[in-house]
Design a protein around this ligand. Sequence first.
Ligand code: UD1
Length: 389
Amino acid sequence: MVNEAWPNNLGPVICVVGARPNFMKMAPILRAFGGHHPALPTLLVHTGQHYDKDMNDRLFADLRLPHPDINLEVGSGTHAVQTAEVMRRFELVLDAHRPSCVLVVGDVNSTLACALVCTKKEVPVVHVEAGLRSYDRLMPEEINRVLTDQIADRLYTTERSAHANLAREGIANERMCFVGNVMIDSLLANRALAHPPAVTLQAAGVDPGILDDPQGYGVVTLHRPSNVDHAEKLAPLLSVLREVAEKVPLVFALHPRTRANVERFGLGGLLSTRRIILLPPQGYLEILGLLAGARLVLSDSGGLQEETTALGVPCLTIRENTERPITVEQGTNTLVGCDPAAIRRGVDEILSGAGKTGRVPEFWDGRAAERIASDLASWLIARHEQHGR
Ligand code: UD1
């Protein structure tokens, strides 16, 4: 807790969001900054990487995120175009607002793009969710993580294993701070508001009767380019999902990238069974309700690995590796890759009652954002006293 008033000549904390998984991380941070004494002044910048109503507006409303002060409206493009556009437009924001620091979250293209602009202009970068590593450089997010951490001045981590990863890359211990998981702050703050699964299905025009299956239901999401961008990867995955659906009905929330590829590759037939319910990307309160009530989750998402661990719901992660090992070591997550036999085995195990129950990791307690607010306020004021900016 900092007792003195916020120095007048210390600029706002520019908080950056770009894509869907950033939103649930930023909402509790903004609340904690506002509730801190003294309140940390903030400016919310949305890069516009995600812009659809389903990917953006619903999440902002559910999470009670304020309207962004600035929207850079970069939209979609190749990685190079998207990153370059964010950089070009974000530089003007830095010039106009002279922030005390820029806070970025997660590992999306917007995270790295904004961090890069700052470092060239000597604006401190604060990275929330630092140090996670899949050690798979084919993942665009892994490049974003490694580079953002290299140039970040203050690094907040969600699990202790991140500190060893960062140390291995030559990052000094003094720059890191273990605070826990802001994603779980959002989950705990919204758990009681989550929509019941039957209400979500009814609102989507689907008969909720399927939820009464004696085996319960599973939730599916897939969007990683490595799983969905090539027909020879996507087709076998959809085939095994269809098999799984014969045992337990599935609710599949389709990411726009996945929907487009299912159509492009002509794979819609694999999903046309009444045991698989296809939904558009869901709002936060809808997905939370669906996850909380699920018998199992099949996904390649980073966030769902953490959310299922916090909810105690077994998760089969359709990836060969994870940057969130604590969800496997302590939580309910199992890596099954995209091998159909491993996926079938994982599902059978869960349906036979032998799924992982897990425990909730240290500091995934709903107070991570408060820890960040308190540490960042002290850090900024100390830095200000030392350097006068
Ligand atoms: C991005 C992140 C990924 C995160 C995911 C969550 C990077 C490198 N990837 O991937 O880490 O898990 O968000 O969704 O930053 N599209 C829409 N509407 C939108 C946004 C995208 O239709 O609002 C379509 C566009 O056709 C676009 C495609 O989805 O080309 C992919 O969007 P993009 O932001 O490039 O990456 P994601 O796959 O969403």
